[in-house]
Design a protein around this ligand. Sequence first.
Ligand code: ATP
Ligand code: MG
Length: 341
Amino acid sequence: MPVNWKKIDDSKKPSQEKAIPKLEAPEMQQLETFLPKQPQRCLADLIVSESILDQIQTTLNRILHHDTLYNTWNLKKIDPQGRRTAINFFGPPGTGKTFCAEAIAHHLGKSIITVNYSEIESKYVGETPKNITAAFKKAQEADAVLFFDEADSILGKRLTNVTQSADHGVNISRSVMLLQLDDFDGVVIFASNLPENYDGAFVRRILAHIEFELPDEACRFRLWDYLLPDQVPRSQDVSAKWLATQSEGLSGGDILNVVKLAASQAVVRSGDQWQVFQSDFQAAINQVRRGKEKVGVVSAQNAPPMIRETILSPDELSPELRDRYEASVLQLSANTPELDA
Ligand SMILES: Nc1ncnc2c1ncn2[C@@H]1O[C@H](COP(=O)(O)OP(=O)(O)OP(=O)(O)O)[C@@H](O)[C@H]1O
Ligand SMILES: [Mg+2]
C-alpha cells in the first residue's frame, strides 16, 4: 500500500436498531420526494453570456409583469390560460442549467421542487403518471417552481409502433405530462443535455428555449475567479487569466472538478510545496478533458439502433390504446392522494 494511504475503517456498521422504516404506500414516497426546498443560488452569481442573461430576463419579465401583459395589454385575448410559464434550458453538462433554475426560483421568492426522471419513473406500469400528477399538484399547492431535470427522458417523443406494455406506459406518461402542463399555472423549468429528443407537442408548450453554451474565455475568467476560493494557496504564476486560457472547452462544472482535483493533489505536500502549482492545474485539466472524451461517449459502432418515432396526440392513439389512456387519466384524477402543503 502506498505511503500516506490510510485503510478505510469500515468496521463500524450502521446501527441496525435505527433501520429506516420502509415506505410502502406510493403516496408516502411522493410526499417524501417532492419536497419544496429553499433555493441556494442567486442570479448575481450565475456566469453566462449577455445573450443568455437577456433571454433569462425576458422570461422573468413575462412572470413578473403578468398583470400588465395579460390584463392591460390584453395578451389574454391570444392566450386565455396564460398563467403557466414553461422554460427549457438545454446545453452541455455543467454549464449552469440547474444553477440557473434555482437562481430563478430565488429571484421570484419561491421554493423549488426538483424532479429527476429516475424519481418519477416507476417500474410498475401506471405509477409514473401518478408521480407526475403528484409533482404538479405539490408545486401548485406550495407555489413552488417545478424543475424537471433530465427532461428529455420524460418529454421524449411518444412511440407510434407500440408493441409492449412498458411502451404503453411511456406513451401514457407523456400524454399525462401534456395534460398536467396544460392545467398548471405556475412556473415550470426543464433542463436537458439531449433536447433533440423532445416531442414537438412539448416544444410548442414551452415559452422559451434557452441554450447554455460552453463558456468563452471571458466567462471562464469569471468562473475561475468565482470557483477558486481565495484561501487556496497557489503559486504566483497561477491567475484567473492564465487558467482561462488553459481551459478552453471546459464547462463551469468541469472547472469545479479541476479545482477539487488540483487542490487534492497539492494538499498532502508540505513546506513551500504546500500550494497549487500551474502543473497541478494542467494535470487536472488534462484529466478532466480525457474523462470528457472517453467516458459516457457512445461510439458510432456501439450505438443502439435508432427507433423511428413520430409524434402522436391523444386523438391519434389506436382505439385500444386510447381506452387505456382515458382509463388511466380517469383513475388518476380519482386516486391521486391529497398532499399536505
Ligand atoms: N454558468 C455558471 N455560473 C456559475 N457557476 C457555474 C456555472 N456553470 C457551472 N457552474 C458550477 O458548476 C456546478 C455544476 O453546474 P450545474 O449543475 O448547474 O450544471 P448543469 O448545466 O445543470 O449540468 P448537467 O447538464 O450535467 O445537469 C454548479 O453548481 C456551479 O458551482
Ligand atoms: Mg443539471
